[in-house]
Design a binder for this molecule. Structure first.
Ligand code: HEC
Length: 125
C-alpha cells in the first residue's frame, strides 16, 4: 500500500517539474536575453538570419535577397530614417511591420540591429 503511494507521489513530482520546465522553455525571457532579441528572432531572423547576413530559413532563397547588415556598404548607403521607413512600410519582399509592431518596438529592433551587426572600423582593419 505504502509503495503505491510512493509511486503516485513520485509521478506527481515528475509531472510537476516537467510542467515547470516546459513553462520556462517557452518563456521568451528565459530563452532570449531580452524582449528585443526575441522580437528579432520572431519577426526578422526568418529572412535576415540570426547573424544578420540574410541567410534565414526564408531569406536564403535568392528571390528574396534580404539586406546584409554586416557589410560596411550597407551602413554607408542607408540612413536611419530610410531604414525606419522601410521597416514600417515594407520594401520589395519585406512586409510592412507597422501592422505587427508599434513604433517603439520597430525603433528598438533597428537599434538592436545596428548594435549587433554593424561592423566597426576595428573589425575591418
Ligand atoms: C520576408 C522577409 C523579411 C523579413 C521577415 C524581414 N525583412 Fe528586412 N528586408 C527584406 C528584404 C528582401 C530586404 C531588401 C529590400 C531591398 O533592399 O530591396 C530587407 C531590407 C531591410 C532593411 C534595409 C531597408 C532599406 O531601406 O533598404 C532593414 C533595416 C530591414 N530589412 C530590417 C528588418 C527588420 C527590423 C525586420 C523585422 C522586424 C525585417 N527586416 C524582417 C526581407 C525581410
Amino acid at each position: 500500500m505504502i509503495r503505491h503511494l510512493l509511486v503516485i507521489v513520485g509521478m506527481l513530482v515528475i509531472s510537476l517539474s516537467l510542467l515547470i520546465w516546459l513553462c520556462r522553455t517557452v518563456d521568451p525571457s528565459t530563452k532570449y536575453g531580452s524582449e528585443v532579441e526575441y522580437n528579432y528572432a520572431r519577426y526578422c531572423a526568418g529572412c535576415h538570419g540570426g547573424n544578420g547576413q540574410g541567410g534565414g530559413r526564408i531569406g536564403r532563397f535568392k528571390r528574396f535577397d534580404p539586406a546584409d547588415f554586416t557589410t560596411l556598404e550597407f551602413w554607408d548607403k542607408h540612413s536611419d530614417e530610410q531604414m525606419a521607413h522601410s521597416v514600417a512600410s515594407g520594401k520589395d519582399d519585406m512586409p510592412a511591420f507597422k501592422f505587427y509592431l508599434n513604433d517603439e518596438k520597430q525603433q528598438e529592433l533597428l537599434a538592436f540591429i545596428k548594435e549587433t551587426f554593424r561592423p566597426t572600423l576595428m573589425d575591418v582593419e
